[in-house]
Structures are given as C-alpha cells and as structure tokens.
Design a binder for this molecule. Structure first.
Ligand SMILES: Nc1ncnc2c1ncn2[C@@H]1O[C@H](COP(=O)(O)OP(=O)(O)OP(=O)(O)O)[C@@H](O)[C@H]1O
Length: 359
C-alpha cells in the first residue's frame, strides 16, 4: 500500500469572478521514503493540491471531489481531532512563508519542544534535548543558544530552517514542502535545499516538494508530477522527465530552466500566460500556448497515456505517462522538439538541447 494515495482530487475556490477549479481531478501516489516533485507555473494549483492533503485550504477553498488516503485512512472522512493528531506528527508541513508559521511570542525552542510534547509523552528535558538535536540537524549553529531565540531574532533563512525542524519534530512519514525557498536569497536557498536533500537521501520520510523550479527537482526528487491548469499533464521518474520529456509544456519548462554554465543572456519563456481557471480552455488546456497544437487539441481533452503504446495510465507510479493527443495518435504533424530547441540555439548553430545534464 502506498503511503499517500490521491484519487481524482478536485479543489475549488469561490471568487467574485466565479468558481476557480484550482485542482481538477488529479491522481497520484507517494510511497514511503520517496521524494516527489510537483512542478508547474504559478497558478497551476500546486499549493491548493498540497494544502488539500491536510484539509488546510485557505479562504473559500473546498475539496469537492476525490479521495485522499494516508496510510489507508481516508483523510476526508477523519474527525478534526483525528486530523489534528496526524498534522505535525505523521505529516509535517513547510510552507512558503516561514515567518507566518512561527508564533512570535514563543522562542523557537519552546515551539518545537511543544510540538513534540503535544504528540508524544516525553519529559520536558527530553523534548528540549530532541529540539536541540533537530536545530543542529537543520544546520542552525549553536543550537542550544538559539533555542531561546524568538523568531524575529532569526534571519528568513534561519526561520525556515526552524520551521523545517518543527515539521520534523515527530519524525513524520510524509513532509509536504510548498515552495520552501521562495523569497529567500540564492545562497540561503542553497542551504535550505541542502537540508532537504539530506533528508530526502537519508531518512525514511517521504517528501512532496512543490516548486516551480525544475533545477531543484532534478537535485532532490525521485519522481516528478507536472501540473498545468489544475491537471497533471506528465508524470515520470526524474531522469526520464529530464532526458525524455513527453509533454510540450514540460519541454517548455525545461527549456526555460537555467542550467549550470548557461550562457544564454535571456532564458526563453513559454509564450502566453497560465489560463484562467474559472473558464479554462476546452480540450487540452495547454493548446492556446502550444507550438504543436492542431484543431483536435481544442476539442479533445487528452487522457494520461503511456507515450509508446498510447494505452491509458494504469496507476504504476514508476510509469512515464503524458496527456498529449500526440500519444493517442490524434496529431497529424506530431511533435518535433528538436526544431523548437534548435530555434533557441545561438548564432553558432550549436544545439542546446533540453537533454543536457540536469543540475
Ligand atoms: N484563497 C484563494 N481564494 C481564491 N482563489 C484562490 C485562493 N488561493 C488560490 N486561488 C486560485 O487557485 C488557483 C491555483 O492557485 P495555487 O496557489 O494553488 O497555485 P500554485 O500552482 O501553487 O501557484 P503559486 O506557485 O503561485 O503558489 C489560482 O487560480 C489562484 O488564483
């Protein structure tokens, strides 16, 4: 049994402009210990999908369909007490804004120790010792001294490390990280990513990592889910996705990802903007931005299929599947990524393919 199973999840927000279907029928699973990246541009519904896992949607957000099972338990059916017992204990969370996750009136040590005591029957001394060990593990130097710091005494990066320490306090089976480094400067980001990379490599904790940065995914993840306009359009083990992307949107994301030694002055971006989720495009939601779109793309919604055979995705989490009509045999001209990628080449005509080393 998978640790986490998400089936046909649908999340909506109710706004003045209408009903926003932020997540529209996504399915995936995460097994114990693996790190899964959820990538896509801003507005794709990645945060909504992640917050829904713990029923922590903000504003008018509502889960209107689907199933979420964690260790076989139906998250959507749990009482709020049972859910609270899972949050912060079996499932840890790290969201974008570290400042908001910390209580300004308690020291970081007290907050982390309190999280441990809330879920486990331990003495104050033991909670304190474990907290200091956690602060050390996430790279906070002089952890015994830092224990008594208030959040405002820490830099943004150190606050985020403290939040990660708090999320790890009860040794969770699953850690949900939503853009954990956004808003931090580049060197600070690198430090936080290192902490997560160690965690991904060494611990039994599974991670769902939400990011718009495919470079980060390459460093940390075992598998990747690509989300576009509320749907998963491609799912693959990380190497397959980098070396052999199948969906034109994924190719666009990869071409737009800076690489080590990149000498392009301006990175190409995917033309157009993410669609309005009140009234998303018909058929394939990416078709208005897709360089390969044909008439059928605005009429047929592509199913997730195995590209080689065109057979429907069968739930094998390690399968490489993509939702593009090319793979159901509907496109006449087909996809020719080489041409698009060559267009990005410099004047020397050197091809810079998206199939370089992921970094
Ligand atoms: N509290 C809210 N009220 C109304 N609409 C919302 C709310 N939160 C998100 N949305 C809408 O839901 C859609 C998905 O947003 P979400 O934040 O989940 O995307 P995302 O992929 O995580 O983007 P980002 O990387 O910018 O966080 C967007 O259209 C957004 O405007």
């Amino acid at each position: 049994m998978a640790l986490l199973e998400v089936e046909d999840l649908v999340v909506q927000y109710y706004t003045e402009d209408g009903v926003v279907r932020a997540v529209d029928g996504i399915s995936y699973e995460i097994r114990a210990g693996e790190t899964v990246g959820l990538v896509g541009e801003s507005g794709a519904g990645k945060s909504a999908a992640s917050r829904a896992l713990l029923r922590l949607l903000d504003g008018t957000g509502e889960i209107v369909g689907g199933k979420i099972r964690f260790r076989g338990r139906d998250i959507l059916e749990l009482s709020s007490d049972d859910l609270r017992a899972i949050r912060g204990n079996e499932i840890g969370m790290v969201f974008q804004d570290a400042g908001a996750a910390l209580n300004p009136v308690y020291t970081i040590g007290e907050q982390i120790a309190e999280t441990i005591r809330a879920h486990e029957d331990v003495s104050d001394g033991e909670a304190r010792d474990r907290t200091i060990a956690l602060l050390d593990r996430v790279g906070i130097s002089k952890p015994a001294t830092r224990y008594t710091d208030y959040p405002h005494e820490l830099s943004g990066g150190m606050q985020q490390r403290a939040v990660i320490a708090m999320a790890l306090a009860c040794d969770p089976a699953l850690l949900i990280c939503d853009e954990p480094t956004t808003g931090l400067d580049v060197t600070v980001q690198a430090g936080i990513l290192e902490v997560l990379a160690e965690l991904a490599a060494e611990s039994e904790t599974a991670i769902q990592l939400v990011t718009h940065d495919l470079g980060v995914v390459a460093d940390l993840c075992d598998r990747v889910l690509v989300q576009y306009a509320g749907e998963i359009v491609e799912r693959a083990p990380v190497e397959d996705l980098y070396y052999d992307p199948k969906h034109p949107y994924t190719v666009g994301l990869l071409v737009a990802t800076p690489r080590l030694g990149d000498d392009r002055e301006r990175l190409p971006t995917i033309p157009g903007t993410a669609p309005d989720l009140v009234a998303p495009p018909t058929g394939c939601r990416f078709h208005p931005r897709c360089p390969y779109a044909e008439g059928c793309c605005s009429r047929r919604r592509p199913p997730l299929v195995e590209p080689a055979s065109g057979s429907p995705a069968n739930g094998d989490p390690d399968a490489h599947v993509a939702a593009c009509l090319e793979y159901t045999g509907d496109l006449e001209t087909g996809l020719d990524y080489e041409i698009q990628v060559r267009d990005e080449a410099g004047e020397d005509g050197q091809e810079r393919t998206h199939q370089g080393d992921p970094q």
